[in-house]
Design a protein around this ligand. Structure first.
Ligand SMILES: [Zn+2]
Length: 510
């Protein structure tokens, strides 16, 4: 007795169809084997499937059962296959009798011993893959995962709490009663940190505005208590809205990382702030079938490294590729995984080991060797990739005291967000025929086309380059920042002197 049902496997951020074949052989001694490159977690399906079938009132055949997961060259992990294995056994033993064409459905889900279906991670990449394939009518899965699958509206999603309900619905041709309609989750709209609540620090706020408007990376260097962390935490309040495609892209990443708590579309751009004690794998991503790390979880949003110099050098250096190519590559024996990592990087650090170098009120106690060693933690290539570098001074205590209860009106989150929206729209229109959307992403080959300067601006920039012996990469970075400033100030198509002078200000040599 043979039968086959379809399931799927999430593989990195993509998915692949898996067919589950069952053969029940009467002439051999009873037994149960799974072949087709299953790992240990899939082997454990056997016990769950046997108990779930028996405890749901169905018969489990006392015969030799062979399950084959195809294609056999891809490693299968997780408890995804419990449900399709159970369905194919029930089908092969004629316990399913229906007019519904089961070959048009994908089954996936973990079973508990009593037959209850449990939510599984990574459902959205599978649902998106189904949309690409187009040959299937729908997907059958645990009720708690149904909303996530239903984000994609091109096919039906059927959610079940118990395998018994599912078999009854199939046998009575009433699957449609379990069709899941996508439910939007109400996202919290208020932000905890707003720019108007921060006293002073206009330069840091201005840098945040430029950085977010043009998608530029930022670094704040300054003594403890200067407000670096507070300012960084205000950034989410000025991030522009995502497009529908970007929302799906971000949600897919969280789905495959098992971090999609609300099981619905993520609408806000992510703000990730891993601690400096986080493992390098959790930052880059990893695992046998790699899962995305912090660099990818920050995709389309912000990655904030507070206390940057406290991070292990390997974690800081891991930023090099994503800051350049906007993706992370993880190699495994059989395959190479490429995860997107297009984020705004924001770093905050003390200027020296004791933290008080350059402070107006306190004396730095570090030796010049210690200062040197502290700064060397951020290598030249990493510094080169940070467009906006701001030296932050502490706001004098008197100023803080006198401006308490006064709301700063020059930089409020609301008017900064208005500017960001306007400047982002200009960029979308300007680059609508390109494969990038923001100023910071302009490739070197197109800098001449998109970053035109007037003569005054050009001579100032060349002079600065020669004086400081800066790399070509730095030259391009300054130019792109100047372009964003030009757009913020509505200075027209050609970058002028003022924009270049301001962009140069954000290159501190630490
Ligand atoms: Zn010091």
């Amino acid at each position: 007795m043979y039968s086959k049902v379809y399931s799927a496997i999430a593989y990195g951020l993509s998915a692949q169809l898996v067919s589950i074949e069952v053969d029940i052989i009467s002439s051999q001694l009873p037994g149960f084997s799974i072949v087709g490159l299953p790992d240990k977690s899939v082997q454990e399906s056997k016990d769950r499937v046997i108990s779930a079938i028996k405890n749901s009132g169905f018969d489990f055949p006392r015969k030799k059962i062979v399950i084959n997961l195809a294609p056999a060259d891809k490693l299968k992990v997780g408890a995804f296959y419990d449900l399709p294995i159970a369905i194919s056994i029930l089908k092969a033993t004629n316990q399913i009798d229906t007019l519904i064409d089961l070959d048009k459905l994908i089954f996936l889900g973990e079973l508990s011993l009593d037959g209850t279906l449990r939510a599984t991670d990574g459902v959205l990449p599978i649902s998106l893959h189904l949309r690409e394939l187009g040959d299937f009518d729908g997907i059958v899965l645990p009720y708690d995962s149904a909303n996530e699958a239903a984000i994609v509206k091109t096919h039906n999603v059927y959610g079940f709490k118990h395998i018994k309900d599912l078999i009854e619905a199939i046998n009575s041709n009433e699957l449609n009663n379990y069709k899941h309609i996508y439910r939007e989750d109400e996202e919290e709209q208020n932000y905890q940190y707003l720019f108007e609540h921060i006293v002073g620090q206009e330069e840091m706020k201005r840098a945040c505005l430029i950085g977010v408007a043009g998608n530029h990376n930022m670094l704040f260097v300054g003594s403890p208590g200067a407000g670096k962390t507070m300012v960084a935490k205000c950034i989410p309040s000025i991030l522009p809205e995502m497009s529908e495609d970007e929302m799906i892209e971000v949600t897919k990443i969280y789905s495959s990382a098992g971090l999609l708590e609300n099981k619905s579309l993520i609408k806000k751009r992510p703000f990730r702030s891993p601690h400096h004690t986080s493992s390098v794998v959790s930052i880059i991503g990893g695992g046998r079938i790699p899962r995305p790390g912090e660099l990818t979880l920050a995709h389309r949003g912000v990655l904030f490294f507070d206390e940057l110099t406290e991070f292990p050098v390997s974690a800081i250096e891991a930023l090099r590729q994503p800051l350049e190519d906007r993706c992370v590559t993880i190699s495994r024996v059989n395959a190479t995984f490429k995860f997107p990592a297009n984020f705004i990087f924001v770093g905050a650090m003390n200027p020296c080991k004791c933290g008080w170098y350059g402070d107006a009120e306190r004396q730095c106690t570090c030796s010049s060797v210690e200062i040197e060693r502290h700064r060397k933690k951020i290598s030249g290539p990493i510094m080169d990739r940070i467009d906006l570098q701001v030296w932050v001074r502490r706001v004098p205590t008197q100023t803080i005291a006198s401006s308490q209860n006064n709301i700063n009106t020059k930089y409020t989150s609301a008017n900064m967000l208005d500017t960001v929206r306007r400047v982002r729209k200009m960029q979308l229109e300007r680059y609508n025929k390109e494969n990038f959307t923001t100023n910071s992403e302009i490739p070197s080959s197109k800098v001449d086309k998109y970053c035109k300067m007037n003569d005054d601006a050009k001579s100032i920039l060349l002079n600065f380059m020669n004086k400081n012996n800066l790399s070509m990469r730095s030259y391009f970075k300054i130019l792109k920042v100047a372009l964003t400033i030009n757009m913020i100030e509505n200075r027209g198509e050609v970058i002028n002197k003022e924009s270049v002078l301001e962009a140069i200000k954000y290159r501190i040599t630490i």
